[in-house]
Design a protein around this ligand. Structure first.
Ligand code: TA6
Length: 289
């Protein structure tokens, strides 16, 4: 496939192809391993996506940072813990389906179809595409199509790692009044009162399709995270102890990021009929304050 002028393909960094985007409006990077958006720097701003300094760029391994694509299940497999957490598409090599640019943005479409390897983990026929539009905004859409002849159900998420100056000094707006559970195992629903502050490990599933705003006074910006096709938002920071247990995250790195994830998870399980599709979209904008 002929790539547009702002897009190049390399394999130097990792054992798989990576797309580098250098456009007047934006700098970006997308790994074909997992269709993983690794970097997004809109012109005039600091990098928006967090990437661990100890991330492992090896085939078959998920990348700690950017936007992991979690599908066709979110979190541990519901019945078989021998299967990979957060599904299997984030560790498979996707192919380039389309690549084009305008004066304002670059659009990349990556595709993955069912295979013997996928069916060994999840016995259904599917086509997945990740549509990525990088410019002054970042818009990521996971399109999943049931190409089989029986309905299937799935969960998933765009597991976005956001750069923040200090997670202990930000405020997270937009989820006031929504119900959440702490950790997937809890059924104890609680109402969110006001803004969310991070002062411990937070691993919450909010029942919400609302826009979230991450207010980062130290960095002097707000990140506005809109979404569609999702009735659940995950907010996650591992804090101190869990960070020490993650081999691909420096122990002292937990203040540097926050995950705001557009998810179909918890009670938001999606069933797709044969020939039908689901779109899970997340859009991020940056505003200086
Ligand atoms: O989205 C939050 C979460 O489910 C946490 O429980 C934590 O496990 C995180 O995802 C990272 O999961 P990973 O498999 O990428 O280490």
């Amino acid at each position: 496939m002929t790539l547009p002028p702002s897009v190049s393909l390399s394999e130097e960094l990792a054992g798989y192809p990576i797309l580098d985007i250098e456009h007047p409006a934006v700098i970006g990077r997308i790994a074909l391993n997992g269709a993983h958006v690794m970097e997004w720097i809109p012109d005039g701003h600091d990098p928006v996506l967090y990437m661990s300094a100890e991330a492992q760029f090896e085939p078959g391994k998920p990348i700690r940072g950017g936007i992991p694509v979690c599908w066709p299940w979110f979190g541990p497999h519901p019945t078989d813990t021998s299967k990979p957490a957060h599904g299997f598409v984030r560790t498979m090599i996707w192919e380039i389906d389309a690549a084009r640019e305008t004066e304002k943005e670059v659009e990349i479409v990556l595709k993955l179809q069912d295979s013997a390897e996928a069916k060994a983990l999840w016995p259904h026929a599917f086509t997945a595409r990740l549509h990525v539009r990088l410019g002054a905004s970042l818009e990521v859409t996971l399109q999943t199509i049931n190409t089989g002849d029986t309905a299937w159900s799935m969960t998933g998420a765009l597991h976005t790692y956001l750069n923040v100056e200090d997670v202990r000094k930000i405020a997270i707006h937009g989820l006031h009044g929504t119900q959440y559970v702490e950790g997937r195992l809890s059924s104890d629903k609680r109402p969110q009162h006001g803004t969310i502050v991070i002062d411990q490990e937070v691993d919450r599933l909010y029942a919400s399709d609302a826009t979230v705003i991450v207010h980062d006074p130290k960095w002097g910006r707000e990140l506005v995270i809109e979404k569609a096709g999702s009735l659940a938002t995950v907010v996650w920071n591992p804090w101190i102890e869990k960070s020490k247990r993650l081999a691909d995250l420096p122990d002292e790195a937990y203040p540097e990021f926050l995950c705001i994830e557009a998810a179909n998870a918890g009670e938001d399980v999606v069933t797709i009929q044969p020939g039908h599709e689901h779109l899970l979209m997340q859009r991020i904008d940056v505003r200086k304050i």
